[in-house]
Write a protein that binds this ligand. Structure first.
Ligand SMILES: Nc1ncnc2c1ncn2[C@@H]1O[C@H](COP(=O)(O)OP(=O)(O)OP(=O)(O)O)[C@@H](O)[C@H]1O
Length: 548
């Protein structure tokens, strides 16, 4: 866990390009607060002068009017800059986090709690927006304004300057620190409780059928009620603390004002101070707590902000398992091989001294017990992971030296679960090849035995997957996945259980399509189905649980 100062430093470093706008926001903020304070101080000066028999000069009235007028545009300008920063920040942070996630996928993201990742992408980044737009500049404004104020007051009356410095420190530093310590985890607890609740509801929606089938409704509802109560209570505790913070801040401010009046009275009684200047300084101090008050209100958000900052920095700092190659060798596909490959997921050894050769133009099938590492071999050939020992070769080159974009182009990978985006069928297919023509797309679907099914839909290829709801059977989904892999048109096809959900008619059509590509495409297929294995030129059986 990083220290708060480190988190702050790193977060500030991320937004260097916005430094000029931030400096402008701070300058406008400082000037805005000076104009607001000037209204009270100059008015007090005018009234006190009049009381002691000196007539108010028109220039003083003009100065008050100007200060009053300027206050609006200055505040507006400050807010404008801060909101500009806020929106830019969201864009900068999101693109940085997405770039990191892109690099970490898939090896480092597999098995990670997706709910947490969504919280990171949405609420954590939004909370940091508050930090940038409403924490850094108020803190800088408060610091600059307070220092200049103390310097100005020191010229009028050093004792009052000291008192003001004390007041600013109490309200702007001690109070936020105290409040943030008091409600250390409350903000985080409230966010976690509401995150858990939405995760639970989502889970329930996904598993609705299971809940109904096994009559789990009552138990589910009971748990939902408990989680909902926990979330409400956590939110309530945070609100109580916010109210307490406001109350204590108000009380401290009143006590400081009281102390100021007493101190000013004592100075007046000493008789050495010009009463007009004394009253002006008192009015100045009374109306100068605005910037530090803004900091006192931050006490509640500081802890959750640092926690969010830590989580975002964790993702930005995490090293990918596989470094992408940008200017590597282009694939010249002439077969693939695993040579004495050792591989383990964390500490579990999966492959040991594994050798495998895939010859160009053949259909090679991998068969073996569940968990023996068949899918893992496909993932290594995709370079989703790197081997621990030995090497994976595409053509005559080590896969680690091959340009990643070229590798993706040369390989068409179909996994066991076909993910379809909530878009049209055509867009879902074209993601394999953006410039594919309608004819090419339809040809790929014919080969995957799914063209007639798509045509039977009211909007054909323009049907939205979302509109299909859960009507899409797993076989239809699988055939669309296969059509996508065919459309990609890579020389090397890696198919993980491509026919597991198909009836024998569709299976036969797909196997025929695969056979037709023989010689032209190289296929490495994992399958448990004896009928699918018949299409293979060679079958490799992974006999043991772990391949060696
Ligand atoms: N990301 C991962 N992290 C840790 N272990 C993993 C990971 N992916 C797979 N495994 C484990 O590695 C082993 C091999 O998995 P793999 O998916 O390669 O098996 P498989 O032979 O394809 O099995 P199946 O026929 O059931 O699909 C399994 O025990 C699996 O639980």
């Amino acid at each position: 866990m990083r220290k708060p100062m480190e988190v702050m430093g790193r977060l500030i470093g991320l937004v260097k390009p916005l430094a000029p706008v931030m400096a402008l926001a701070i300058a406008l903020g400082v000037l805005g607060f000076f104009s607001a304070t000037a209204i009270s101080a100059l008015t007090a000066y005018g009234l006190a002068s009049a009381y002691f028999g000196v007539w108010v000069r028109p220039s003083l009235v003009a100065a008050i009017l100007i200060a009053g007028f300027l206050r609006g545009p200055l505040r507006y300008g400050e807010q404008l800059c801060n909101h500009h920063i806020a929106f830019k920040i969201l864009a900068i942070l999101r693109s940085k986090v997405f770039a990191s996630l892109r690099k970490l996928a898939p090896a480092k993201l597999e098995g990670r709690d997706k709910g947490n990742l969504i919280t990171l992408i949405t609420s954590d980044i939004e909370l940091l927006e508050v930090f940038y737009a409403h924490t850094i500049s108020p803190a800088a404004i408060a610091l600059i304004f307070s220092l200049i104020s103390v310097a100005l007051l020191a010229k009028a009356e050093p004792l009052l300057a000291l008192y003001a410095a004390f007041g600013y420190t109490v309200v702007g530093v001690a109070l936020p620190m105290y409040l943030s310590k008091r409600n250390k985890n409350l903000g985080l607890d409230a966010r976690n409780a509401s995150g858990r609740l939405s995760g639970f509801v989502l889970d329930g929606l996904r598993g609705l059928r299971e809940i109904l089938q096994y009559r789990f409704e009552d138990a589910y509802l009971r748990k939902l009620k408990t989680m909902s109560r926990e979330s409400i209570e956590a939110g309530g505790r945070l609100k109580d603390e916010t109210a307490f913070g406001m109350a204590i801040t108000g009380m401290v401010l009143s006590l400081l004002h009281l102390g100021l009046v007493v101190l000013a009275g004592m100075i007046y009684l000493r008789g050495t101070e010009d009463p007009v200047m004394l009253l002006t300084a008192v009015a100045y101090i009374l109306s100068s707590y605005g910037p530090v008050l803004a900091l006192a209100a931050l006490g509640n958000t500081l802890q959750p902000t640092f926690a969010a900052g830590n989580r975002v920095l964790d993702i930005l700092d995490e090293l990918p398992k596989v470094e992408e190659v940008e200017r590597g060798i282009a694939v010249d596909f002439s077969g693939a091989a695993l040579e004495a490959v050792d591989f383990s997921y964390d500490d579990t050894a999966i492959l040991q001294a594994m050798n495998l050769e895939v010859k160009k133009g053949e259909i090679l099938a991998l068969q073996g017990k569940s968990g023996s590492g068949k899918s893992t071999i496909l993932r290594l050939l995709m370079r989703f992971w790197d081997v621990d020992g030995g090497r994976v070769k595409i053509g005559s080159d080590d896969i680690r030296a091959i340009d990643t974009a070229s590798l993706r182009k040369a390989e068409g990978f179909m996994t066991q679960e076909t993910y379809l985006f909530n878009d049209t069928i055509a867009s879902n297919l074209r993601l394999a090849r953006l410039d594919a023509t309608d004819e090419e797309m339809e040809a790929a679907c014919r080969r995957a035995a799914v063209h007639d099914f798509v045509l039977s839909l009211p909007k054909g290829y323009d049907t939205k997957i979302g509109e299909m709801g859960s009507r899409l059977s797993s076989g239809e989904r699988q055939r669309l996945g296969l059509a996508r892999a065919f459309l990609h048109d890579a020389p090397f096809l890696l198919l993980d259980e491509p026919t597991s959900n198909l009836d024998s008619l569709n299976e036969a059509m797909i196997l025929r399509s695969l056979k037709e590509t023989a010689g032209e495409k190289t296929v490495l297929m994992v399958s448990h189905r004896p009928s699918s294995l018949t299409v293979a030129d060679r079958i490799i059986r992974l006999e043991t649980d772990r391949v060696s």
